[in-house]
Design a protein around this ligand. Structure first.
Ligand SMILES: CC(C)(COP(=O)(O)OP(=O)(O)OC[C@H]1O[C@@H](n2cnc3c(N)ncnc32)[C@H](O)[C@@H]1OP(=O)(O)O)[C@@H](O)C(=O)NCCC(=O)NCCS
Length: 162
């Protein structure tokens, strides 16, 4: 149902303009040059997620983008970030997107462990990954402002992704 494309400038620009409502506006990017560069930087490995009508419906990232300063990332794992287009959130399709991302990540990286870092208040996102077998590993405060984050892990990825 979904296809994944390495992000290009046009889709990065579109994503920079997505606006989530409070309290999820933490996930909004702003149109600064720095954010465009962040999305396009190879170390963050952003992908566009496109539906069967060739519409951009979500994005995901693999790597450094998924880490928050203050967390302990010494263990080897694939960090995953994901954002569904704001108008498509809250429709109960979370597992469809997240499962597709895990399947794609598995085919690309064959990681032993998947990892997500989520703001502790974001119970919606925490629920998404817990439903898919992720478990709490650590809680920490972001260095810049003391905001609470949690890290969830899912091991044994390759055996269980279908
Ligand atoms: C996080 C995100 C992927 C979730 O997808 P979604 O389609 O909006 O989520 P849903 O509406 O299907 O809800 C997911 C689950 O959270 C639950 N949920 C929703 N709001 C909740 C809340 N305030 N508290 C607790 N659970 C909540 C839903 O009931 C559902 O669980 P269920 O299937 O057991 O009923 C999407 O909202 C998004 O991209 N948000 C912006 C980016 C972001 O938050 N990123 C975080 C890192 S992944």
């Amino acid at each position: 149902m979904f296809t994944f494309h390495l992000i290009n400038e046009s889709n990065a620009h579109t994503i920079l303009n997505w606006r989530y409502k409070p309290s999820y506006d933490l996930y909004n990017y702003f149109k600064e040059e720095a954010n465009q560069q962040h999305i396009l930087h190879p170390q963050n490995t952003f992908y566009s997620i496109v539906d069967e009508n060739s519409e951009l419906v979500a994005y995901c990232s693999f790597g450094q983008d998924g880490q928050v300063t203050g967390g302990d990332y010494r263990d080897q794992a694939l960090d995953i970030g994901m954002g569904i287009r704001p108008d498509l959130t809250g429709r109960g399709k979370d597992a469809e997107y997240a499962n597709a991302v895990l399947k794609f990540a598995d085919s690309l990286f064959k990681p032993k462990v998947f990892r997500v870092t989520i703001a502790a208040f974001n119970k919606r996102a925490i629920r998404v990954w817990q439903k898919l077998g992720f478990e709490h590993q650590q809680s920490f405060e972001r260095e810049s402002d003391g905001m609470q984050f949690i890290v969830l892990l899912r091991a044994d990825c390759c055996n269980s992704i279908r």
